[in-house]
Design a protein around this ligand. Sequence first.
Ligand code: ZN
Length: 80
Amino acid sequence: MNRLTCPFCGPRELREFEFHKTLPEPGSSPYARVYERVARLDESTEHWQHVLGCRAWLRVRRNPSTDAVLETTLLGGGAT
Ligand SMILES: [Zn+2]
């Protein structure tokens, strides 16, 4: 992954974005959400911000094994 597609700015170099966090798995227990750091190898959902662009917050689904971006969504908005 060397590019992300911002819903406002289009495809941009990864250096324009800042990683914030990996989101817990849907349905995981409250304990797991706080204390467990289990990463799936096939899919990860993360928060990123376009800090050197429009500063929009993005939800990025990607495959950590292949580094393929599955979906980029504006936080609070629709899919791109
Ligand atoms: Zn942007």
